[in-house]
Design a binder for this molecule. Sequence first.
Ligand code: FES
Length: 333
Amino acid sequence: MTTSIDAAAAAAPSTFATTRLLVQQVRYEAEDVVSLTLVDPSGAGLEPWSPGAHLTIVLPSGLTRQYSLCGRPEDTDSYTVAVLREANGRGGSREIHDTGLVGRTLAVRGPRNHFKLVDADSYILVAGGIGITPLLAMARELETRGAAWRMAYGGRNRASMAFRDDLAVFGDKVAFAAQDEVGLLDLDSIVRQATSGCAIYACGPGAMLTALESTCREHGVALHIERFAAEESTTAAAAGPAGTTTAFEIDLQRTGVTRIVPSDRSILDVVREVIPDMPSSCEEGFCGSCETRVLEGIPEHHDSILDEDERAANNTMMICVGRSHSKRLVLDL
Ligand code: FES
């Protein structure tokens, strides 16, 4: 069934192409965790992806959410994402868990990857709870490459830890830590195991990532993280323009409209006057839903998604929090 909301969402303008995918299967993976298998309704192959990539999915209600791909990139006929039911979340996960989605089509954008594996001599993967999803795909990839890697995977108890069977095949490369049995992951000892040239990849609760950031800084270890929520500094940026920001002009090239973004409003806010269906989700610069191509001008990035190289390239920006260093930005909208 395709609802009118689905159709509106699918038609929502975005810099990146939207496709409609069929929910072929919803499967129980662990306590409060289900996986969704998405396929092209015509059976066509899907866009390739690499570990760390995510999809932006528009739910039947119109909510937009991002989920890491956790299947196998060589399975070109389907995508798999896993979703934790968050009782106190913003509603997207509850909708996925509580709605009969099998047989429905959803608007999907991506895959996009802001969490790519870099070349390193060795890797340590640190997963907290549902943060296992991108790291599961990475573990498989590193194993295939013959890389030196290990994983520490913590969860509140065994029953809540998804994909334990998939990870068990890697033997002692994966250390499981159920909090009710052994307490929280010992981040200090994990980081101490990092030898020269090691890269640590982590995904999980904000408190775990913040603690890991400071431990890695202390030990001089390269850390790559993916957050499910904004860092404090990013939230502050989203709450209002920085003191240095002023009004600037945006030129929406495909729409043919020019607008002024005043110092007390976001680009997203102004774009919505012209494009009411402009996709967004977190509106705090950490989910990637509003990522927009920049055709001219110099954006001022305030998101926690783009890495240093992507920021320097200035090809895209998150318009929910980003502003402009130049007097005018031309956007691919
Ligand atoms: S809406 Fe999430 S990054 Fe902009």
